[in-house]
Design a protein around this ligand. Structure first.
Ligand SMILES: C=C(O[C@H]1C=CC=C(C(=O)O)[C@@H]1O)C(=O)O
Length: 436
């Protein structure tokens, strides 16, 4: 049901929560972006309430405050939220003195993996700070119809370290999850499908409410090749870019096929070489690349799909990776492309429908917004959408608790114990970010 606008003059906010097409009137949005001197690391600017972030190698966007928000659920969630964004932007007054991707008004978004349960959201923060190629800017947004004043940026604030964190099994114990993986392998060997991605969760508990900026800063430091994100208490550092659309250029980083690192550099190099030759991992990777290339093809006039993957080295694992690029042929936005790509074979399986049915049947997990698109969209429809991996969701009703997620692509040659060990390696970034 739509609710709002709420607040009083000068603090007008629009909040919509809807399971029906988003039809409520939208307010007059006024936004301005101005260049600023280097304000310091983006992630250290965030205040402690509802931080929004999309940062890689120190560059990207952070935001806070809430000028407008919309939530929805169901099979049409992507189209409904995009329609709302377009309506908001169509009547907006924007003074953008920066003219870079990510300047001007930007909505951060996070979507559910499945149509139900849960809600997906787009949020337009009141303040957004961006950094790209040696330039910094601030965007201020008002929905009260007047030009917003420039904010005073906070100086780096201190962040509370989580207390002694305890971790417990989530929905399934490791042993039970291995049984689930074994049944998936049986179903693949029976010829029902080729690949399915199965996930598990852990529950982290702190003696006091978790300040999510602590793990965010750690993730930004230790996984600088990944996209560190935060939207509505879902935070993590994903190595997988579902899609970027920027001035007509479309990019996707596809990952599938994983090997754990040992931290012995010589041994890790040998492992990387064996990953690049592993027929099980190459097959798993090929499914993922195909699914992305097929989904992007209708949106591109030309595409480059490399035949051979490269090995992406992260501090916990190494992945087979392929960067698919294309030239956009029409006006479809980054969000429309993310919708077309989701769920790719990196988080669903092959064939997609059969894999999703098997996930629902076997996994026993509410994935929430894990393994689904998370990112941002600007007024031109450009933006970046990652897959929410290597992440955790803060419990909205108990901020001392977070659920951590990790999943593995299961194919005919998968071994349940190996997959459990791989999932544990994929949980390391979030575990370490919480305890170190
Ligand atoms: C589903 C996850 O990873 C996917 C992305 C990269 C490699 C994967 C793999 O090798 O299994 C997974 O498909 C996860 O990290 O939770």
């Amino acid at each position: 049901m739509p609710s709002g606008p709420t607040g009083h003059a000068g603090e007008l906010r629009l909040t919509l929560v809807t399971s029906a097409p988003v039809t409520a009137p939208v307010p007059q949005l006024v936004a301005r972006s101005v260049e600023i001197p280097d304000p310091g690391p983006l992630l250290s600017l965030l205040p402690d309430t509802s931080p929004y972030a999309w940062v890689r190698g120190g560059q990207g966007l952070v935001g806070w405050g809430e000028a407008a928000r919309v939530e929805t659920s169901g099979a049409h969630r992507f189209a409904e939220l995009e329609a709302w964004w377009r309506t908001l932007i169509n009547t907006a007054v924007v003074r953008d003195e920066v003219q870079l991707p990510g300047s001007g008004p930007v909505a951060f978004g996070s979507f559910t993996f499945d149509d139900e349960p849960g809600t997906s959201t787009l949020v337009l923060p009141e303040t957004i700070v961006g950094h790209r190629d040696g330039r910094w800017w601030v965007t201020t947004v008002s929905v009260a119809g007047n030009l917003p004043p420039l904010p005073t940026l906070p100086s780096a604030t201190s962040v509370r370290r989580p207390g002694a964190i305890s971790f417990a099994d989530g929905q399934l114990t490791g042993a039970d999850w291995e049984i689930v993986v074994a049944s998936a392998v049986d179903r693949i060997n029976a010829g029902e499908l080729e690949k399915v991605v199965l996930a598990r969760d852990l529950v982290a508990e702190s003696p006091h409410p978790i300040d999510t900026r602590w793990p965010l800063r750690r993730l930004g430091e230790h996984y600088s090749r990944c996209w560190t994100f935060s939207v509505d208490g879902l935070l993590g550092a994903t190595p997988e870019l579902l899609v970027r659309r920027e001035r007509g250029l479309v990019t996707s980083r596809v990952l599938a096929g994983t090997i754990r690192r040992t931290h012995d550099d010589v041994h890790d190099l040998a492992l990387a070489a064996s990953l690049a030759r592993s027929s099980k991992d190459l097959e798993e990777h090929e499914f993922a690349v195909r699914s992305v290339a097929d989904a992007l093809a209708p949106y591109c006039s030309s595409m480059n799909v490399p035949e051979t993957p490269f090995v992406l080295h992260l501090s916990n694992v190494m992945h087979l990776a392929t960067d698919v690029t294309g030239v956009a042929s029409g006006q479809a936005s980054s969000l429309a492309m993310a919708a077309a790509l989701h769920p790719s074979a990196a988080v669903g399986g092959t064939p997609t429908d059969r894999a999703i049915e098997l996930i629902r049947e076997l996994e026993g997990l509410d994935r929430g917004r894990y393994a689904a698109p998370i990112g941002w969209i600007d007024s031109a429809g450009d933006g970046e959408w990652g897959i929410a991996l290597r992440c955790a969701q803060l419990d909205p009703s108990d901020p001392t608790r977070m659920r951590l997620f990790a999943g593995c692509g299961i194919v005919a040659g998968s071994n349940p114990a190996e997959e459990l060990a791989e999932s544990a390696a994929k949980l390391i970034p979030m575990r370490d970010a919480l305890v170190r």
